[in-house]
Design a protein around this ligand. Sequence first.
Ligand SMILES: [Zn+2]
Ligand SMILES: [Zn+2]
Length: 137
Amino acid sequence: MKMEDVKQVLKKHDIQPTNQRVIILNYLMNNYDHPSCDKIYDELSAIYPIMNRATIYNSLNLFVEKGILSPIYLNDKCRYEIKKPGHGHFICQECQKITDFSVNLNNSYSLDGYEVLNTDITFRGICPLCLEKKKEE
Ligand SMILES: [Zn+2]
Ligand SMILES: [Zn+2]
């Protein structure tokens, strides 16, 4: 995605596209690994020494508030991803890896009369790689 497109996304969500916000959002749009705030800081500050933790933290909160990002809470830590409906998360309790899987939101969930604003579907367990490791032990 081009920086100009990232700026448009920010503007569309009523966010002033400062350089640092553009860099942070661009990073998230190209990272599908549900990074934590610490990881985002580590990777961005290595490339852009002007990045500081507070700016990243505040930007992430703003992006969540404006509906660009979804937070995923995992062991008291927060991970982030671009908001996209129709997928759930499988969290491996061994390696903490988060895997996306598609969810059919057209199924009826007996919520007649409710307005659903957010879906947060999380399954926990052990991923195939860790299951394989366990077998070898
Ligand atoms: Zn695993
Ligand atoms: Zn996801």
